[in-house]
Structure formats: structure tokens, C-alpha cells
Design a protein around this ligand. Structure first.
Ligand code: ADP
Ligand code: ZN
Length: 296
């Protein structure tokens, strides 16, 4: 069965063809611009290819409530032209196939739960620490939507006592995880991009202090069986062990399962098994799920 998948990001739109078993047959990358400019290009890529359904895993915020008149739309966003745009509807109308719609990070956790490092888990989360921080949440065998969708990058954290001067990088919250620890926050605080700060030990100590705190909160609230951690900032090789260590410190011995030991943590907090593809593979799964739903 041929399916289409889209991972829609702030800089690029990854469009791919694949199947319900997660086999990617081809992919292209289209630069993100205003919807009137890039969506027709994306539609042209899929048109006439014979896909039976499309999965769209997008940047947010997005309306995922199937009973809402704005289902499939992008909500309030500073991205030029995108606010209020009927993203899923554009493809449905032009391609005439079922369109599965969810957030980019929900797509990524769906890919990892279906084929990757969280395979077999009934609850797991995917955290990306990139320009911002996003969290995809899969609980009790399904993606978490709720009133909107989780925005767990914006949870409020306790400041490190030595980090009181930095204003934070989030325009909404002074002390949220994204504002304190995303790639953009690192650049604002230290005046250089993360990749140029590799040998500055204090940068990664502070970074893991915030990520460890956030992850401890996610463990307490979502009760995940697996935590997939990725995004540009996690390309710092020392970060995984630092984050695991700090997470345990913040949990302070409260949980006793084997995951919450230094050895268990190595397997519990892990990079994606699908490399750079969890999002786009999750989009294929979204397509397959939507097709199955509309066939019933
Ligand atoms: P995006 O979140 O924009 O989709 P990425 O996940 O690639 O994209 O994240 C980009 C962010 O990661 C930028 O803030 C960048 O400075 C940071 N970054 C990229 N590589 C590294 C690295 N090796 N070490 C630390 N930070 C990095
Ligand atoms: Zn925030």
C-alpha cells in the first residue's frame, strides 16, 4: 500500500512516500515559506503518485480535535501566513485521500512506538531539544491530545541559583523549559550556538540541570515506559549521560523500578532508533491509521 507522509517544520517540509510497514521509498525536502507558496509544491509532489492516504505531522499549535470546526488548522503562530491556515484540509481537498493529522512530536513518538526504540511500550514520550523544546506523548496505547495537545516544552522549572540574570528565551514565560534550555536559549545566554560551546563544561552542566528537572516532571506526570530524547542540542555527546544523572538526582530515589538506577537509565532515556526518521515514519503511520478509520 502506498502512503504519503509529511513532517512539517519551521525550516523545511519533508515529504515522503512509503508504506504501512514503515518502509520509506523516497523523500524530498521543500523549504518552508508562506502556505500559499510551499503547500502547492507539496501537493504537486504527491499528485498522481497513487497514495491511498496521507499523514501530516506538523509544527504547532494545531487543532487536533475532530469535532472542532478548526480541526486540521494551524492556530495562533508568529509564522507568516500560517495562523488559521487549514493545513490538513488543503491536502484533503486537492488529493482526495484521507489525511491523518497530528503534531510533529506526536508523529515522532508514534514512529518510535511502532518501529523504533519504544516498540511495544504502551506509554512513552519523545522530547526534542532543538530550536525550541517539544514533547510528543503516547499514553495507554494512544497519542495524547486532550483539550489541545501537550505543550510540555513550556513547563515551568526552578531556576539554577547561578542562572538568575538570564531573561529567558520564551516570550511568554520567564522560567519555562524551552526558554531556559532550548537551542535558542543556549545561544541567547552564552552568545554562541551550542555547537561552538562543546568544551564549556558549565554550559552542559546547566543544560542538563534543566533537562533533568523537566524529565523528572514528565516521569512523574506521564509515567512513560521509555523516553526518547533528540534534537540538535542532543548532538552534544556528553549530554545523554549528564541528563540521565540529573534526572535521577531530581527524582531523589522516589521510584524503585530498575529503570531508575544509573545502569537502567542508559536504556530508559535513549536516542531514537529510527535515526532522523521518527517524524516522517510516524507520519506514514498516521496515514495508515486514518485510512483504517475511514474504511470502517
Ligand atoms: P529544529 O528544532 O530547528 O527543527 P534541530 O533539532 O536541528 O532543529 O535543532 C537546532 C538547534 O540545535 C539549534 O539551536 C542549534 O544551535 C542546536 N544545535 C545543533 N547542533 C548542535 C550541537 N552539536 N551542539 C549543541 N547544539 C546544537
Ligand atoms: Zn514558554
Amino acid at each position: 500500500m502506498l502512503l504519503g507522509g509529511i513532517e512539517a517544520g519551521g525550516t523545511k517540509m519533508v515529504c515522503a512516500l512509503g508504506d504501512e510497514n514503515g518502509n520509506l521509498k523516497e523523500r524530498v525536502s521543500i523549504p518552508t515559506r508562506e502556505p500559499e507558496k510551499c503547500v502547492p509544491e507539496m501537493i504537486d509532489y504527491f499528485r498522481g503518485r497513487g497514495i491511498q492516504a496521507l499523514g501530516l505531522a506538523t509544527f504547532g499549535p494545531a487543532d487536533l480535535n475532530k469535532n472542532s470546526p478548526l480541526y486540521g488548522h494551524i492556530l495562533k503562530t508568529p509564522k507568516p501566513g500560517w495562523e488559521g491556515y487549514d493545513f490538513a484540509g488543503a491536502f484533503r481537498k486537492e488529493l482526495g485521500v484521507p489525511v491523518g493529522f497530528d503534531t510533529d512530536v506526536n508523529g515522532a513518538i508514534l514512529g518510535e512506538v511502532t518501529w523504533g526504540a519504544a516498540k511495544g511500550c504502551s506509554s512513552a514520550i519523545y522530547i526534542t531539544v532543538g530550536t525550541g523544546i517539544g514533547v510528543g506523548v503516547y499514553v495507554n496505547g494512544g497519542l495524547l491530545h486532550g483539550l489541545m495537545h501537550p505543550e510540555a516544552g513550556h513547563i515551568l522549572l526552578a531556576r539554577h541559583p547561578d542562572d538568575t540574570a538570564f531573561a529567558g528565551g520564551c516570550p511568554f514565560h520567564r522560567n519555562c523549559a524551552e526558554g531556559l534550555a532550548a537551542g535558542r536559549a543556549i545561544e541567547l545566554r552564552w552568545g554562541q550556538k551550542g555547537a561552538a560551546l562543546s568544551d564549556r563544561k558549565e554550559v552542559w552542566e546547566l543544560e542538563s540541570y534543566y533537562l533533568g528537572q523537566a524529565i523528572a516532571d514528565y516521569i512523574c506526570t506521564y509515567s512513560p515506559e521509555k523516553i526518547i530524547l533528540w534534537g540538535g542540542v542532543m548532538h552534544q555527546p556528553q549530554m545523554f549521560d549528564l541528563v540521565r544523572e540529573k534526572t535521577l538526582e531530581f527524582l531523589s530515589g522516589y521510584f524503585t523500578q530498575k529503570q531508575f538506577t544509573p545502569e537502567g537509565m542508559k536504556d530508559y532515556i535513549t536516542a531514537p532508533a529510527l535515526g532522523d526518521n521518527p517524524g516522517i515514519m510516524g507520519a506514514l503511520k498516521l496515514a495508515a491509521m486514518q485510512l483504517a478509520q475511514e474504511e470502517n
